[in-house]
Design a protein around this ligand. Structure first.
Ligand SMILES: Cc1cc2nc3c(=O)[nH]c(=O)nc-3n(C[C@H](O)[C@H](O)[C@H](O)COP(=O)(O)OP(=O)(O)OC[C@H]3O[C@@H](n4cnc5c(N)ncnc54)[C@H](O)[C@@H]3O)c2cc1C
Length: 411
């Protein structure tokens, strides 16, 4: 007779792995089915290889408010397995020392995402079936009896679907979990790439590719009205802009783009008013009065930005600084406070940090993660229609929903 597992977990990402660890700790006989040769492929990429495990935000209401869409659905999971529980679980149960950095971001003390994967897999290594994709389910009435793979069928009393979304498909999450859920009658809110870089029309941005801007204010505007404005770190890419503040505003930019043109306005000197910046420019021009304009901005701007600013200022680059008019100088000041780029589109699935959309939350019990349609099916992680900003918020979804799914019982 074929073995019947207590729980089969489909997908060995963050959500599936923590579910599996917890199920095993609860004494369950488990199997994790993972299509990749190794589990946790996406975790390696998180936090630029350092894994921003969670956010050190312990105020439940404030935490929930960060998840603009469907945040309230997460009350059930976040109140049952809190941020504090997450920190304790990683530090005391899985023995990964953590540290808190700027912006409440929590990282492993080692700065190495691989330590998180090791901690999540060491107890369940023998329970993972790699190189195996779940193709479909077999059901009887309202229950799944087995999953079908090319390596055969596997039976269990209950199933946790943790196949992720559609973002970064190279890591294994190609969205086929949605098809699996649909085959069981679940509906899917249209998946869209979220937390993505922005592609701009101006072709000269590629000359700035790699230039990182540390303390800038970027405002997205439509018809000269502010849509969203963020202060912090951004980055020029070959096609446009990326970095934390761009990625965090990408959802609002994407929504606005459906209605019309969107511009990005970069304030390179947000700490200075126009008047103070003008005084600063006057003082620099005094220092460089014998030079030509193109050689007068090195105290003010990174070198790769200077030729672009010189060009856009429409001041003759060869003009002697002493001969620059007040009008020209004010034009330069305005440019530094309101440097415009035109948004062409958002980048796609290959660069999206997460998926917006997924399994309809109305069909999942928020207190157990159990399907309301199938008696022995649970969901965990990015496959659910919830997503948060950067800063550890998306992995926290995986930890809380994953643990909750593990601890919930059929019935
Ligand atoms: C570059 C990058 C950096 C990020 N950095 C952070 C960060 O620092 N902090 C943060 O909070 N979030 C971060 N995120 C988001 C976070 O990584 C994800 O939200 C999270 O990893 C999703 O976990 P998951 O387990 O739900 O899905 P996934 O990690 O996508 O795992 C799903 C797993 O299921 C497997 N699978 C899929 N279909 C099948 C099938 N049919 N059969 C068998 N197996 C299947 C896949 O191979 C995959 O291993 C980042 C994302 C990216 C792309």
């Amino acid at each position: 007779m074929q073995k019947i597992y207590d729980t089969i977990i489909i997908g060995g990402g963050a959500a599936g792995l923590i579910s599996a660890v917890e199920c095993k700790r609860l004494g369950q006989d488990i199997l994790v089915i993972e299509r990749n040769p190794r589990a946790g492929k996406k975790i390696v990429l998180t936090g630029k290889g350092r894994c921003n495990v969670t956010t050190n935000n312990h105020d439940l209401d404030d935490l929930i408010s960060k998840y603009q869409r469907n945040g309230k659905f997460l009350y059930g999971a976040f109140s049952r397995f809190t941020v504090a529980d997450t920190l304790t679980y990683f530090q005391d149960t899985l023995h990964v020392p953590l540290k808190i950095e700027r912006g409440n971001r929590v990282f492993p003390e080692s700065n190495n995402a691989v330590d998180i994967i090791y901690a999540l897999t060491k107890e369940i290594e023998d329970n993972i079936l790699p190189n195996t994709s779940v193709l479909n389910f077999k059901t009887e009435g309202n229950k799944i009896t087995s999953v079908v793979t090319y390596k055969g069928e596997f039976q269990a009393k209950r199933f946790i679907l943790a196949t992720g979304g559609k973002s970064y498909p190279i890591t294994g999450s190609n969205g086929d979990g949605y098809t699996l859920a649909q085959s069981l009658g679940h509906t899917i809110s249209e998946p869209k790439p979220a937390l993505v870089p922005i592609i701009c029309k101006e072709r000269w941005v590629k000359k700035l590719a790699g230039l990182s801007l540390l303390h800038v204010q970027i405002t997205a505007e439509q018809n000269n009205k502010k849509i969203v404005s963020k202060f912090g770190e951004a980055l020029f890419t070959h096609e446009g802009m990326s970095g934390p503040i761009i990625i965090d505003m990408s959802r609002q930019v994407g929504d606005a783009l459906e209605k019309g043109e969107v511009k990005l306005s970069i304030d390179f000197k947000p700490a200075l008013t126009k008047e103070v910046l003008d005084k600063r420019v006057i003082s620099d021009f005094q220092i460089y009065k014998e030079k030509v304009f193109k050689n007068s901005l090195r105290k003010l701007l990174p070198s790769s930005l200077i030729p672009i600013v010189v060009d856009l200022s429409e001041i003759d680059p060869e003009k002697k600084v002493a001969e620059i008019t007040r009008e020209e100088r004010l034009r330069l000041v305005n440019l530094l406070k309101d440097f415009k780029l035109t948004v062409l589109k958002l980048d796609g699935w290959d660069k999206a940090i997460v998926t917006a959309g997924g399994v309809n939350i109305k069909e999942i019990d928020p207190t157990t993660m159990k399907s309301k349609l199938i008696d022995n099916l649970y969901f965990a992680g990015e496959i659910i229609d919830v997503n948060g900003p950067t800063g550890g918020y998306n992995l926290q979804i995986c930890w809380s929903t994953g643990i909750l799914a593990a601890r919930s019982k059929n019935g």
